[in-house]
Design a protein around this ligand. Structure first.
Ligand SMILES: Nc1ncnc2c1ncn2[C@@H]1O[C@H](COP(=O)(O)OP(=O)(O)OP(=O)(O)O)[C@@H](O)[C@H]1O
Length: 269
């Protein structure tokens, strides 16, 4: 049987006496999109940092194709896993096309000389992320959303088997959010993605893993995991589940009480 492309095997992270991630066990199957959801501070970024090796688990292991990542070289890991992180600031005055080309670095030696195929790969990634028109611009001049799309393009030219993304829709307008998540669903890569938008997660993720205080409290299909009782316990909000009339995807309506005193009357003056 094929080894799983990505497994978190009882990963725990302790920092300064606090347990940020508790014995997290999570498998991501080939071609699957798994969403990592949970409230602020629940350990999503910390868990993802262990996967892209910015952090070493205190105990447990991250397995790539069944092998402990800790035994692999960092460059070799980068040929297999690409990450879009929260702390990814491209401070240098590179152009967009230069930053995207850097995605090929793990595959090359010291000098970055792109072959015709690699140049085409970069062009295609720029196109897919809708940033071709920015190719010659300095990344320092980009808006937050443009920069985010450039960094996804760079991750794509890495040609990874596994994509790890920490809140990739941050800064993106709604069209680019939908396009990016559709792309993640259709790209065929194995994807682990931290998201805040429960409805977008339900629409694109094959499975959702829900974290609370560093521990996995549920993992499964969106409709099972995002049940109102679970959402109340984990996020402390009341929701009404509905089914999208066109796509059949489960979605949540947030039950925000309407304040009877702030009626439309007050707005008509
Ligand atoms: N280096 C550190 N030292 C101490 N505490 C840390 C450290 N890194 C993270 N934490 C704490 O660990 C907890 C989990 O943080 P993490 O960034 O993983 O949460 P998150 O689920 O990604 O949150 P958010 O949704 O706000 O991005 C938080 O309470 C955070 O303050």
């Amino acid at each position: 049987m094929d080894a799983l492309p990505l497994s978190l095997a009882d990963v725990s992270v302790e920092i300064a006496g606090a347990t940020l991630v508790r014995a997290l066990r999570l498998d991501v199957r080939r071609g699957e999109v798994v969403g990592l959801l949970g409230p602020n501070g629940s350990g999503k970024s910390t868990a993802l940092r262990c996967v892209y090796r910015a952090l070493k688990p205190t105990s447990g292991a991250v397995l790539l194709d069944g092998e402990d990542l800790a035994g692999r070289g960092l460059r070799e890991t980068a040929t297999r896993i690409a990450a879009l992180t929260q702390d990814n600031r491209a401070e240098l005055d590179f152009t967009v096309e230069e930053v995207v080309a850097l995605g090929r670095a793990p595959h090359q030696g010291g000098n970055l000389r792109l072959s015709a195929r690699e140049r085409e790969l970069c062009r295609e990634a720029l196109r897919r992320m809708d940033v071709t028109h920015l190719a010659k611009r300095s990344v320092l001049t980009l808006s937050g959303g443009e920069r985010q799309r450039v960094l996804v393009a760079r991750a794509l030219v890495q040609e990874p088997a596994v994509l790890v993304l920490d809140e990739p829709t941050n800064h993106l307008d709604v069209r680019h959010q939908v396009e990016l998540l559709r792309f993640l669903r259709d790209c065929g890569l194995t994807v682990l993605v931290a998201l805040h938008d429960l409805n977008l997660a339900a629409a694109v993720c094959h499975r959702i893993a829900l974290l609370k205080e560093g521990a996995l409290v549920a993992c499964g299909k969106p409709a099972e995991v995002l049940a109102p009782d679970m959402v109340r316990v984990v996020f402390g909000v009341e929701v009404t589940p509905v089914v999208h009339p066109e796509t059949g995807v489960p979605q949540l309506l947030y039950d925000v009480p309407v304040d009877g005193t702030a009626t439309a009357e007050g707005n008509t003056s």
